[in-house]
Design a protein around this ligand. Structure first.
Ligand code: UT7
Length: 337
């Protein structure tokens, strides 16, 4: 009998350095008023020099294991799946290093590259491994150090993104158990790959045999086009999952969307018919943390008691690729660390 994946632990970690809109207004041709009104972001965290994605991932992973009541030791989990846009290196993946530093022995460990949708892709992968009986416990991490890929000449992206990591433990459980994942919806459109891109550093650029153009090593985004697609895809993906599960919008306790822009979150909630107070927003404090965004938002909402055990949660995200996805679960009775 297949056993569903159940969320049994959640952890979050933010690097200590806060970067306010005011600080960015000293460095870029921008204002607190522009950033707040266009994005909803007031502050974000950036990692100190020398800190990389694996450092944040290890912290968040530790906390998630603790929240799940697991001791970080060999055999504690069967798989470590790390979603990131900012791996420590192009090769090898960052997950094996994180697993080793957590003292988890020799679990399967790999990265998932789906930009801001990465955490939902990773949850789906973990859930499928459990459903197939290939794993009993999986550590899923979303971790980013976007501050390392932002172009210091680009005010638009530099004011949006923040660093951070969130992690979840998924364990084989029982049908109907609170915390059980109920379904996923994933999608992509590679024809729009140029909307969000780091042009240099991969085989496409290296195969040209010439040095990359200045700035091509940095993250680029065509914001306006991404905005419209993000609203459309997150709404459609969410609705399609709700329809498949037979869940009415009214039955959803909270909508936890990828924290890209408060105007996007408002538009998605409105189009789905979810009241604004049931849409979780924490981007004002952390900015857009890409693959870490969903677990950080969940941890935030759980920490202040907004999420009630047993309530239905709808998660939805959108990112480069283009990629998007949604997940449905009931909220478990856990204390995030
Ligand atoms: O996480 C993955 C998915 N990402 C997203 O979903 C992000 C989606 N996009 C967005 O959130 C928004 O498009 C942005 C926040 C990136 C930009 O907001 P916008 O309202 O779409 O602004 P815009 O790009 O259309 O630019 C409007 C104006 C421009 O000036 P002109 O041409 O109207 O004179 C920009 O040059 O705002 C200017 N601008 C800025 N002004 C002050 C752009 N960035 C800034 C800035 N400070 N930081």
């Amino acid at each position: 009998m297949p056993q569903p994946a159940v969320l049994t632990g959640l952890g979050a970690y933010l690097p200590p350095r806060r970067v306010s809109n005011e600080e960015l207004a000293d460095r870029f041709d921008t204002t607190d008023e522009w950033i707040t009104s266009r994005t909803g972001i007031r502050t974000r965290r950036w990692a100190d020099p020398g800190i990389s994605t694996s450092d944040l991932a290890v912290e968040a992973g530790h906390r998630a294991l603790k929240s799940a009541g697991l001791v970080p030791e060999p055999g504690a989990v069967d798989l470590v799946v790390l979603a990131t846009t900012t791996p420590d290196h192009p090769c090898p993946a960052t997950a094996p290093d994180v697993a080793a530093r957590l003292g988890l022995g020799a679990p399967g460990a790999f990265d998932i590259s789906a930009v801001c949708s990465g955490f939902l892709y990773a949850l789906d992968t973990a859930s499928n491994a459990i459903l197939a009986g290939r794993a009993r416990s999986v550590l899923v991490i979303g971790a980013e150090t976007y501050s390392t890929i932002l172009n210091p000449q680009d005010r638009t992206t530099s004011v949006i993104f923040g660093d951070g990591a969130g992690a979840a433990v998924l364990t084989a459980g029982e049908e109907g158990q609170t915390g059980a994942f109920q379904g996923f919806d994933l999608g992509s459109d590679g024809q729009q790959k140029d909307l969000i891109c780091i042009p240099a550093g991969g085989s496409r650029q290296r195969s040209q045999g010439t040095a990359p153009a200045p700035g091509d090593e940095f993250f680029t985004m065509r914001g306006r086009e991404v905005f419209l697609s993000a609203v459309q895809r997150m709404t459609e993906s969410s609705q399609s999952l709700l329809d498949r599960l037979g869940w009415s919008t009214d039955s959803v306790g909270h909508l936890v969307g990828h924290q890209a822009n408060s105007r996007i979150l408002r538009a998605v909630a409105e189009q789905l018919g979810v009241p604004a107070e049931r849409a979780v927003v924490n981007l004002d404090q952390v900015g857009n943390t890409s693959a870490a965004s969903i677990p950080l938002a969940l941890a935030d909402a759980a920490a202040d008691g907004r999420l009630v055990p047993g309530e239905r949660l709808l998660l939805t995200a959108f990112g480069g690729g283009l990629t998007w996805g949604s997940a449905a679960l009931t909220w478990p009775d856990i204390v995030p660390a």
